[in-house]
Design a protein around this ligand. Sequence first.
Ligand code: ADP
Ligand code: MG
Length: 347
Amino acid sequence: MSEHVSTGTDTMIRLDQVTKQYHGQDRPAVSPLTLEIKNGEFVVFVGPSGCGKTTTLRMINRLVEPTSGEIWINGQNVTHADVNELRRGIGYVIQQIGLLPHLTIADNIGLVPKLLGTPKGERHSRAADLLELVGLDPKVYAGRYPRQLSGGQQQRVGVARALAADPPIMLMDEPFGAVDPIAREKLQVEFLKLQEKIRKTIVFVTHDIDEALRLGDRIAIFDVGSRLAQFDTPLNVLTNPADDFVRDFVGAGASVRRLSLLTIGDVLAGPVGDDDHSIPLHDAVQVTLTSTVHQALELVLAARADGVCVVPDLAAEGSPTELAGSTKFIALQDLLMTASNTPGGRQ
Ligand code: ADP
Ligand code: MG
């Protein structure tokens, strides 16, 4: 982590020594925080409850006004800019979604464009496009009301609504927090595919480290009082935790040495990799029994896959017959768990 703030032209969001002190609180919710987010980058804020993630996120669109410091967006100091104008360029998605119950899905999505004076026909065709984009058939869903949709579907509508004015920036505060784990994983995978198409600058808040590792180009790990413990790629966070807090929070105790020593063969010999994970759920990258866990993690995170498929290593003796006819799948979580559970303790 560096306190240095450059003025690179590809910077989209810059927080410069930003703080927030709420009235009646002993300690600041956010103590001087400096960080920079690049154009088109997917950054995840992660950390324990109360560490200031939401406050920091909401200072970017000034739903919370900073006590001190500056906020820069796309090269402009917006600390005191007109908030309506500022928010027009920033989509905002929250867990509670906030769809209006008496409006159809299409009208909910068209709410902001309506305020901006977009004509009705244009709003509706845009809503249809956005529904398509988030994986909901507009012919089925455009005319429905929010209560007629599942939690996961409503959450997708929330994303579509935030995209309606085509803002370059999306702020998302635990958007998938209220849906069940299976729907949540599906939403995560879909959302990554969506981001490949739309390439927005995204700041995403979660308290779930797995979600952070899966989604983020870079993840900012916060400790209490918004101390930025580490701001780095998922792989660097895993293999090179900045301090004990990060190491504990990531939970893997995953030193480079350990991950590099452990092979996929070791993982399969352990308690994971059995029964329920034999079938690839989504996307997987291929590794062999002799690949190290470090190599596997690198591949999974680079490809944003859900795990690895263990395939026969033609160069190695023995393995082709052992694995003949069956391809083993190991989920990302299991790779991480193995790294933390392997005897030998922390390196
Ligand atoms: P997180 O999103 O990481 O859980 P928050 O940003 O919501 O954390 O909160 C950070 C700290 O600020 C907490 O101690 C919380 O109690 C406090 N806080 C948050 N919102 C308010 C508020 N509106 N008034 C007073 N204190 C607040
Ligand atoms: Mg929060």
